[in-house]
Each structure stands twice: as structure tokens, then as C-alpha cells.
Design a protein around this ligand. Structure first.
Ligand SMILES: Nc1ncnc2c1ncn2[C@@H]1O[C@H](COP(=O)(O)OP(=O)(O)OP(=O)(O)O)[C@@H](O)[C@H]1O
Length: 271
């Protein structure tokens, strides 16, 4: 039986967990067996990456955690802090496309989740200002999406996800469409934000390099139906920066993660 619950974190042994998936499978209506059985426990404040071949069910995992889709079997639990009365959601979602409303300003784009949650104007204004400042866009509140670069649009998208002060940030290949320099900069900014805000981050990427650079744990998924092929802890001196990116330790971790990914593509011809 599928069971999707938002717990207050009161379960014995689960208090430190932000997200827990147990024995989860997902079969879509068209018969595609996308996932599972899949077990994952993410601690509060942890930064993990989900890495795996195309179609292995990474986005499906995020959608299940966000409650946008229900598991076919198994349990999905999302912990919420008790007594929190702020408007909005326990979960913020950032997609690969910034999906901004082109006809209105950055400020209104970021305000949208608060509007939907019925937040008062004064509180919403303060939160929008704070969210924009946290992604370095304090001076662009009045700009329109067409006036922004790809990296800036992604920052707006991130601010929109942060504006409700969620406990958990789900990010689905957010930087995949960006050039490498912009991507590296956003990687650093995201790490700085994570260190400051201590959100739980679950980050989907196709990039071995990005997963190792950002995460405390890289969860490598098998080809569809996605299961956990490897769960690799990345341990290094914090805070991370360019020194880590160019270190032997980083290269070693990238090799280890690549090896864990290899069974998913070995034997498959690209021609
Ligand atoms: N709504 C849906 N209906 C039917 N099949 C779906 C649906 N959503 C996803 N799938 C299928 O389920 C499988 C897993 O999809 P999912 O998007 O979770 O994979 P992914 O690992 O995120 O892929 P990618 O890396 O290419 O984005 C794929 O085969 C996909 O075609």
C-alpha cells in the first residue's frame, strides 16, 4: 500500500531525518516501471545529489518527495518542524528551466508562492527583498525576465523557491543549461547559501563533477527502474572552493563516482 505522510518528525529514530523513502516503487499509468524498490534517508540539513542515467527516475524521486506524485507502493515521509506558522511550503522546488512569468517583474515572480499562500503584503515584501538579496539580485527587483542573463534567471528561480523559507530544497538539474563559468559561480553561491541557511538540499544532476563538488553524499542510481547503486560520502575540508575543485581528493572522488555509474552505460552503444 502506498503511504505518503507529512510527519512532525516525532517517529522514533526518524527525528533527525528530513526525508525518508522506504520500499518505494513507481509505475506510471502507461505501464512504465520508473522506480524501485527505492530506499533513501536524508538527514536534516544534509546536501545530497542524485546522479544516474537518463530516465532512471531521478525527477520521479523529487516529485514523490514534493507530493506531486504518489508512490505505487512504499512510504514517503517528509519531516516538518513543529509549531512553524510561516506561510508557504515545507518544500521549495527549482526546475531546470527558470519558468518565470515573462510579463511581470522579478519582484512579482518571486512573490508568487507567498501570494498563493495568502501572505500579507508587508510580510511578503520583506521576504521577497530578503530572498532577492540572498541570491545577489537586490538591485534587480524591478527588472523583467527578458532583461536578465540565464544565470540571473536561475537566481530568480532560486529566490522564488527560498521565499517561503522551506526546510527542504529540491533542485532538478537547475544549472544544466548554463555555461560552465556561470555554473561554477552558481555552484559556489549555492554552497554559500546552504552553509548559511542550512536547508536540506536534494539536487539532481547528470554531472559527476557537479555532484562531487556540491554534495555531502552522492547517491548513484541504476538504470530504470531506478534503485540505489551506490551511496558515496564526500568528505573534505569545508568550506569548499576552487582549491577543492582542483585537488587530488576531488579527482579521486570523481573517479569513484564515475566507476559507480559505469554499469549504467557500459555495454550501451551511443551510435
Ligand atoms: N508522467 C509520466 N507518465 C509516464 N511515464 C513517465 C512519466 N514521467 C516520467 N515517466 C517515465 O519514467 C521514467 C523515469 O522518468 P524521470 O523523469 O523520473 O527520469 P530522470 O532520471 O529524471 O530522467 P532525465 O535524467 O532524462 O531527466 C522515464 O522512462 C520516463 O519516460
Amino acid at each position: 500500500m502506498a503511504d505518503v505522510r507529512a510527519s512532525s518528525g516525532g517517529d522514533v529514530g526518524l527525528t533527525a531525518l528530513a526525508v525518508s523513502l522506504r520500499g518505494v516503487t513507481k509505475a506510471y499509468d502507461n505501464g512504465v516501471m520508473a522506480l524501485g524498490p527505492f530506499d533513501l534517508a536524508v538527514r536534516k540539513g544534509e546536501f545530497i545529489s542524485l546522479l544516474g542515467p537518463s530516465g532512471c527516475g531521478k525527477s520521479t524521486v523529487l516529485r514523490l518527495i514534493a507530493g506531486l506524485s504518489a508512490p505505487s507502493t512504499g512510504t514517503v515521509r517528509v519531516s516538518r518542524h513543529e509549531g512553524v506558522t510561516r506561510p508557504g511550503h515545507a518544500i521549495g522546488f527549482v526546475f531546470q528551466e527558470p519558468t518565470l512569468m515573462p510579463w511581470t517583474s522579478v519582484r512579482e515572480n518571486v512573490r508568487l508562492p507567498l501570494k498563493l499562500a495568502g501572505a500579507g503584503k508587508a510580510e511578503a515584501n520583506a521576504r521577497v527583498d530578503e530572498a532577492l538579496a540572498s541570491v545577489g539580485l537586490a538591485d534587480f527587483a524591478g527588472a523583467f525576465p527578458r532583461e536578465l542573463s540565464g544565470g540571473m534567471k536561475m537566481r530568480v528561480s532560486l529566490a522564488r523557491a527560498l521565499v517561503t523559507d522551506p526546510d527542504i530544497l529540491l533542485m532538478d538539474e537547475p544549472f544544466a543549461a548554463l555555461d560552465e563559468i556561470t555554473r561554477f559561480r552558481l555552484n559556489n553561491d549555492l554552497l554559500a547559501l546552504w552553509r548559511r541557511l542550512r536547508k536540506t538540499v536534494i539536487f539532481v544532476t547528470h554531472s559527476v563533477f557537479e555532484s562531487v563538488y556540491l554534495s555531502q553524499r552522492v547517491v548513484v542510481m541504476t538504470a530504470r527502474p531506478g534503485r540505489i547503486g551506490a551511496d558515496i560520502r564526500i568528505e573534505t575540508v569545508e568550506p569548499r572552493g576552487e582549491e577543492f575543485r582542483t585537488s587530488a581528493g576531488y579527482a579521486d572522488y570523481c573517479r569513484k563516482v564515475s566507476s559507480a555509474l559505469a554499469p549504467s552505460y557500459s555495454g550501451q552503444s551511443v551510435l
